[in-house]
Design a protein around this ligand. Structure first.
Ligand SMILES: Nc1ncnc2c1ncn2[C@@H]1O[C@H](COP(=O)(O)OP(=O)(O)OP(=O)(O)O)[C@@H](O)[C@H]1O
Length: 544
């Protein structure tokens, strides 16, 4: 006979308040005090352990839970649960945080660590996970198992019928299952004392063996230290005091005789055989087959994507080259444009008499290359003449329609736009028809060049358009490539995940088969031993 271990844990205070009354902890005693330290009578409780606000989950595990886990490994029933008002720290105590794992992850790791160290015994560890919500029991590992009933039998005691039990081989599998179960819950309040009456609830029934039955039990009552929660805290402490009076009678579950062991082994082997040959193995095989198919599909998808990516890369390369080529052509045209602009400005300053061969060749105006200089600036409307020796400033006038060999005063007046001059001071006169021919020829050349310039400008515009559309295509292709790469990475991740799942399944089947083979061996040996014993007993020596 032994008492239930009851501990109280204070969570750190959330509110910064000045309180009239406060809880005081002295060793394992909790009492309520007035501001000046006077204890309030009748509000004092003693427990097995009281954990202050600064306590850690790991210290709680070591002091309160570890011994239960080790006893369970030895064959006892064990129960540990948290009880307390909302927001008092139940979840924190059970699940904990990354830095301070709660008692569930610690217990799970401890179970596998300890069972691995025991070499002379075999363990079969199964996990189930359920919620009690509004007095209904739901399976968190199988969503089809809802509203499950509570049964009781001589062999199993109180149990939830139809609850899924997963065989597990390591701690991570258990924690993964718990995570899976938590995803199914969108409501972790099992022990909301304000909502579920302590008596008559399904929870009370399930906890029956733990509260006064065949089990070792630890209860962690979580409380909030703030004054505003004093009444709820008192309620929790009263529950804890009642729980402390409960006595359990824990016994190692079964010490089987050879015959009982034989019977039990036979049953287990039958159960395993049924599972292996029946639905369970079929499901596993189907799952493996599906995983394999998915894996092949993903691999094919990956290859396809890789090929597409390669194609995309090649077309990028081609586009890039084309753009570079176009850019070169545009640069070349721009160079020509600027050089021709320069030549046009020189051309504007030509005096009709002073067009020399040297100038012509310098500005690409020789007979041979006149059509090779495409971008000329348009000529001004008036062809102008300059008379350099007449005065310092340039006197410009429109070109007369006809020149003759002799310059008279009228002509000069016409040339100088009404400006009169001393004809004796003139050094030369315009030279008639030759100049006219040259001017006409130059005009037609300039017209042709204008046309060429317009054509080339159009072409340049087209090239620019083409260039920008190629740049657009390139940027779209780049975006496509990024998307394809992301898709590929996701597929690779899926593939790896499927591989891991398949590996786990294979390991589960392997350990399942091993256990099955070992059990069969054991059965056979027990069977032969029993047969030999029976034969021995029925031999004439014993008949006598
Ligand atoms: N011992 C502790 N140390 C640090 N923080 C804690 C502790 N206990 C509780 N907390 C914090 O207090 C808040 C409430 O705790 P928790 O969620 O565990 O309460 P709960 O009893 O599970 O609430 P509910 O019943 O409403 O689900 C959380 O933010 C939690 O991280």
């Amino acid at each position: 006979m032994e008492k239930i271990a009851v501990a109280v844990r204070f969570r750190p205070s959330i509110a910064e308040e000045t309180s009239d009354r406060q809880w005081r902890i002295d060793d394992n005693r909790i009492s309520l005090h007035k501001p000046l330290g006077t204890p309030i009578s009748g509000v004092s409780f003693a427990f097995d352990h009281v954990f202050e606000e600064s306590s850690t989950n790991s210290s709680i595990y070591d002091i309160l839970i570890k011994s239960i886990i080790h006893a369970a490994i030895e064959g006892f029933n064990g129960t540990a649960f948290a009880y307390g008002q909302t927001s008092s720290g139940k979840t924190f105590t059970m699940n904990g945080s990354q830095a301070d794992p709660g008692i569930i992850p610690q217990a799970v790791r401890d179970i596998f660590y300890t069972t691995h160290m025991i070499k002379n015994r075999e363990f079969l560890i199964r996990v189930s996970y359920m919620e009690i919500y509004n007095e209904e029991i739901n399976d968190l590992l199988s969503l089809v198992n809802q509203k499950l009933p509570i049964h009781e039998s001589l062999e199993r005691g109180v149990y939830v019928a139809g609850l899924r039990e997963e065989i597990v081989n390591n701690a991570d599998q258990v924690l993964d299952l718990i995570k899976l179960g938590e995803e199914a819950v969108d409501r972790i309040q099992y022990l909301g004392w304000a909502h579920i009456p302590y008596r008559d609830s399904k929870l009370t029934r399930i906890l029956q063996p733990a509260l006064g039955g065949n089990a070792k039990t630890s209860i962690i009552c979580t409380v909030a230290p703030e004054e505003v929660h004093i009444e709820e805290t008192k309620g929790t402490l009263q529950f804890a005091s009642r729980a402390k009076r409960i006595t359990n009678c824990a016994q190692v579950n079964e010490i089987l005789t050879d015959t009982a062991l034989l019977k039990r082994q036979k049953q287990e082997i039958e159960e395993l055989r049924r599972k292996l040959q029946g639905h369970h193995s079929e499901v596993l095989e189907q799952v493996i087959l599906k995983q394999r198919n998915d894996m092949h599909k993903s691999e094919l998808e990956c290859e396809k994507l890789a090929m597409e990516l390669e194609e995309e890369r090649k077309s990028h390369q081609v586009l890039k080259l084309r753009i570079e080529e176009q850019q070169k052509r545009i640069d070349c045209l721009n160079e020509l444009l600027s050089s021709n602009q320069a030549s046009c400005s020189i051309h504007e300053n030509f005096h009709s008499d002073s067009v020399s061969e040297e100038m012509r060749s310098k500005n690409c105006m020789s007979e041979n290359n006149i059509f090779a200089t495409p971008t000329f600036k348009a000529m001004p409307d008036h062809f102008v003449m300059k008379r350099p020796n007449h005065s310092k400033g340039h006197v410009l006038s429109p070109l007369p329609v006809n020149f003759t060999n002799i310059a008279n005063e009228d002509l000069w007046e016409q040339l100088n736009d009404g400006f009169t001059t001393n004809l004796d001071a003139l050094q030369m006169t315009p030279i008639g028809t030759d100049l006219q021919e040259r001017t006409t020829m130059e005009r037609s050349q300039v017209d042709e060049l204008k046309e060429q310039y317009a054509i080339l400008e159009r072409k340049c515009g087209q090239l620019r358009d083409e260039n920008s559309s190629l740049a657009q295509t390139l940027s779209l292709s780049k975006q496509d490539a990024v998307l394809l790469r992301a898709e590929k990475e996701e597929l690779v991740r899926d593939l790896n995940y499927e591989r891991l799942k398949m590996k786990d399944l294979k390991a589960a089947i392997r350990s399942f088969s091993l256990a099955f083979a070992e059990r069969e061996c054991l059965l056979n040996s027990l069977y032969s031993t029993s047969k030999a014993m029976i034969e021995n007993y029925s031999s004439p020596r014993f008949s006598d």
